[in-house]
Design a protein around this ligand. Structure first.
Ligand SMILES: Nc1nc2c(ncn2[C@@H]2O[C@H](COP(=O)(O)OP(=O)(O)O)[C@@H](O)[C@H]2O)c(=O)[nH]1
Ligand SMILES: [Mg+2]
Length: 237
């Protein structure tokens, strides 16, 4: 026991705040619970205001605590958006792959969030991939096409997930780490139409923007990735 403690004391701790936004019922709370507790609960719990959960993982010698904030989808909770977005280093823009209207809403969510937080890494996350696979091929193609277009415009990785079938949930958070700490991602991309997309490679413009962001954040003491150098060193293979 004592040994473990001593070891822990020598570790670095980094907190990575992740905000989740998107229309009501897209599956934000479910995905958060699935990632943190590895369970899928069918029962629908309506989020009143804001949910918050933490999960700590170890990356070599660094403890990384994901602090995950999830906003209730109803309009009346929009006043709590700053709680979710301020200081977040990553924001998940979530939509339900089986309801296209929720993808269209991402535009407005993006506008709202960017008004509060201009620097967080954006992720476009489709939920309920299990339902998507049984939709007509034409509808699938339509959503696939629009999601890729949005992700490109947002300079965001695009990830299709299923909390009920454990698809891409763990991987999604690995992609977050690779973005936030600028690590090489050792996951394989999944890019075929109809597949559970996992697209995270940086485009030219995006790589340049990330470089500029890094340069500006390294000159500021409030960098959310402080202490991350060890994680970066540790994970770079
Ligand atoms: N089939 C399926 N249903 C899901 C999945 N994720 C969430 N749901 C269901 O979608 C509904 C809304 O989920 P919830 O997490 O409350 O959405 P939120 O309002 O965005 O937080 C619930 O009935 C969930 O059981 C999924 O991956 N597959
Ligand atoms: Mg909820």
């Amino acid at each position: 026991m004592a040994e473990t403690k001593a070891h822990d004391a020598s570790r670095n701790n980094v907190v990575v705040k992740v905000g989740m936004v998107g229309d009501a019922q897209v599956g934000k709370t479910t995905l958060m619970v699935k990632y943190v507790e590895n369970k899928f609960d069918e029962e629908y719990i309506m989020t009143l205001g804001v949910n918050f959960m933490e999960k700590t993982i170890t990356l070599r010698n660094t403890e990384i605590t994901f602090s995950i904030w999830d906003l209730g989808g109803q309009r009346e909770f929009l006043s709590m958006l700053p709680l979710v977005c301020n200081d977040a280093v990553a924001i998940f823009f979530m939509f339900d792959l089986s309801r296209k209207s929720t993808l269209n809403s991402v535009k407005e969510w993006y506008r709202q969030v960017r008004g509060l937080n201009r620097s967080a890494y954006a992720f476009l996350v489709g939920t309920k991939y299990d339902l998507y696979t049984s939709m007509p091929a034409e509808e699938q193609r339509d959503i696939d096409k629009q999601a890729r277009k949005f992700a490109k415009a947002m300079h965001a990785p695009l990830i299709f997930t299923s909390a009920s079938h454990s698809i891409n949930v763990q991987k999604m958070f690995k992609v977050v780490l690779s973005r936030v700490f600028d690590l090489r991602c050792n996951l394989d991309e999944i890019s075929g139409a109809g597949e559970p997309l996992l697209l995270f490679s940086k485009e030219e413009g995006e790589a340049a923007a990330s470089k500029a962001k890094k340069a500006s954040s390294s000159s500021s003491s409030s960098s959310p990735t402080e202490g991350a150098a060890d994680a970066r060193k540790g994970a770079a293979k």
